[in-house]
Ligand binder design. Structure first.
Ligand code: KIV
Length: 271
């Protein structure tokens, strides 16, 4: 029986149930009301208000510049469009790394001011104290390991992570620590498929992969990538379901032609 079809409102418990029933979890990013409404009605399990908004909405090269206020604006817009999906929001860079009290204060602001259901934090051992504090305040936390874009300047590249033994061992340790600290799920980004599969099998909580192969409990993609809005980002892990860049370009070109030629608006489009 499909849990996905039965569930009226997705909660963190739903994700645990999906994992134990061996049913996959679907997750997509969204940053505004209109797309959130469409994704929710289409039946996506989880909407992530990712700090990738810094890239795809604001045009920054990295996720580092986005602020807590900007994340709150995006998240509250998404929440207004959602009836069924679980809404998870990224704590942005600089709002949780310094200490666990600051992390909790940032977490509380997002929960109070957006109506979102959970938060996501990047990192392992280094952030475990903050995860514990946020979880003890009653706020569900999703982890994020592997390629963690907020640490891009530490790593220097967006290449596959944990493809050597030392990094793989650290990831395995970190994910157990996150599970023990109370995380309800964990994103695994751009790591070898075999490692993601092994780690997924060792956990009670579900893993959500992006560039981590087919052995995770769920998958996430950035909406601009999977809809083909961004035509310059073509990593191996990405499957494009539309070519919106081309479709939008064609529509806008047609509109420009119609305005210039005087074809738009016609009598039926006028009062
Ligand atoms: O910010 C984001 O969109 C993310 C996903 C890539 C998992 O963290």
């Amino acid at each position: 029986m499909s849990i996905h079809k039965e569930v009226k409102k997705v909660t963190t418990n739903t994700l645990l149930k999906l994992k134990s029933a061996n049913q996959r979890i679907s997750m997509l990013t969204a940053y505004d009301f209109s797309f959130a409404t469409i994704f929710d009605a289409a039946g996506i399990d989880v909407i992530l208000v990712g700090d990738s908004a810094s890239n795809v909405m604001a045009g920054h090269e990295t996720t580092l510049p986005i602020t807590l206020d900007q994340m709150i604006y995006h998240a509250s817009s998404v929440v207004r469009g959602v009836k069924r999906s679980l809404v998870v929001v990224d704590l942005p860079f600089g709002t949780y790394q310094s200490n666990s009290d600051i992390a909790l204060a940032s977490a509380i602001r997002i929960m109070k001011e957006t109506g979102a259901h959970a938060l996501k934090l990047e990192g392992g051992e280094e952030i475990v104290e903050s995860v514990k504090k946020i979880v003890s305040a009653g706020i569900p936390v999703m982890g994020h390991l592997g390629l963690t874009p907020q640490s891009i300047y530490k790593f220097g590249t967006y290449n596959v992570r944990a493809n050597n033994e030392a990094e793989a061992e650290k990831l395995k340790k970190d994910i157990l620590l996150l599970q023990e600290a109370g995380c309800f799920a964990c994103v695994l980004e751009k790591i070898p498929a075999a490692l993601a599969k092994e780690v997924t099998a060792s956990l009670i909580i579900p893993t959500i992969g992006i560039g981590a192969g087919n052995g995770c409990d769920g998958q996430v993609l950035v909406m601009h990538d999977m809809l083909g809005i961004n035509n310059e980002f073509n990593p191996r892990f990405l499957r494009k379901y539309l070519n919106m860049h081309e479709q939008i370009t064609n529509a806008v070109t047609q509109y420009i032609d119609d305005v210039k030629s005087g074809d738009f608006p016609n009598d039926k489009e006028s009062y």
